[in-house]
Design a protein around this ligand. Structure first.
Ligand code: TRP
Length: 329
């Protein structure tokens, strides 16, 4: 069985795009692999989140992962800062991570350009911390989006470098977990290609029906087709893309037909779309509401995950220290 590690930054609530982009596939992935899911709260510190909000964000992600079907009895789900071993491995890996290569990472350059007043060392060494997360469990595979591919490539480079330097075959070189065509990209309701938190066009998994109706009602549309069989503009294509995900084939066929005959009423389309989005997320939302105030359960799950993650991490660290020649008296 292969080991898969998935990390998510703790920056708030999960949305429909997260669910169809990855989360839903994770539920199956965990049946076929030895999976670690963790919440990268150390990574989120690079942007100096309000301490009063940090824990709540971690809790949201934990709650929503569990609600979406990550099973703590099958997988290991933990919070990064609960596993201190990662800090030591990060420090050790940093000794072989070079300023030049870190500084030319795309994510670093972009953050540095956007926030010139906060170019901190944590941001510079973000890829080393990520490599520590991955190498700590000797993961074979890591599900990553496009924006994280370079980080995974750097992890491979750090692993290779370590092996070469110490003349060992210790770290594996992790590759991207490929979901093939099961990955569904959910577009935004604002006509943009992607639903994303920073785009502000999301429908959240814990969102209440009224609010979903409002958002869908406000979704960008055009003035409607005037001739039959016209090509759909992006904003309408987007609504159909989401409809295909949440509605039945009959419903989709009905609105395709209405579009093709140029009789479509966007009000009807939106009403149906909102209804089916609400129906789709209802079971997840119910579980979120049930778990989020169950502190005992969340505590139990987090401690169980911490235990399992530390077991795997401390083994790696013991071996890495040995390879590097660190010994205590
Ligand atoms: N950098 C990742 C992101 O922003 C989160 C992350 C941190 C991660 N460590 C990881 C992802 C290790 C995969 C493996 O999405």
């Amino acid at each position: 069985m292969e080991t898969v590690l998935s990390g998510i930054r703790s920056t708030g609530n999960l949305h429909l795009g997260n669910y169809y982009g990855a989360l839903r596939n994770f539920v199956k992935m965990q049946q076929e692999n030895k999976c670690f899911f963790f919440i990268a709260d150390y990574h989120s510190l690079t942007t100096h989140p309000d301490p009063k909000l940090l824990h709540g964000n971690v809790k949201n992600v934990l709650t929503e992962y569990l609600a979406a079907g990550i099973d703590p009895e099958i997988s290991t789900i933990y919070v990064q800062s609960d596993v201190p071993e990662v800090c030591e491995l990060y420090l050790l890996l940093n000794m072989h991570a070079y300023m030049g290569e870190l500084a030319k990472t795309s994510s670093f350059k972009e953050k540095a350009r956007k926030h010139p007043d906060n170019i901190n060392a944590g941001l510079l060494t973000y890829p080393t911390l990520m490599a520590a997360d991955i190498l700590m469990h000797n993961a074979d595979k890591v599900p990553v989006g496009k924006d994280q591919e370079q980080h995974l490539e750097m992890t491979r480079k750090f692993a290779r470098r370590f092996n070469n330097l110490y003349q060992v075959e210790y770290f594996k070189e992790p590759v991207a977990y490929n979901f093939g065509n099961e990955l569904i990209k959910i577009p935004g309701l604002d006509g943009s290609g992607k639903m994303g938190k920073s785009e502000g066009n999301c429908i959240y998994l814990n969102e209440d029906p009224k609010s979903i109706e409002k958002k869908v009602k406000r979704a960008l549309t055009d003035s409607g087709p005037t001739v039959p069989n016209s090509p759909k503009p992006d904003c309408i294509e987007n609504l159909f893309t989401i409809l295909k995900v949440v509605s039945t084939d009959d419903v989709v066929a009905h609105f395709e037909e209405k579009w093709n005959t140029a009789e479509i009423r966007y009000g009807d389309l939106k009403k149906q779309l909102a209804e089916d989005i609400i129906k789709t997320i209802a079971p997840i939302r119910e579980r979120i509401l049930a778990i989020q105030n169950d502190d005992d359960y969340l505590h139990k799950v987090a401690m169980q995950g911490r235990e399992k993650a530390r077991e795997s991490a401390s083994k790696t660290l013991r071996e890495v220290r040995e390879i590097m020649g660190i010994r205590s008296f």
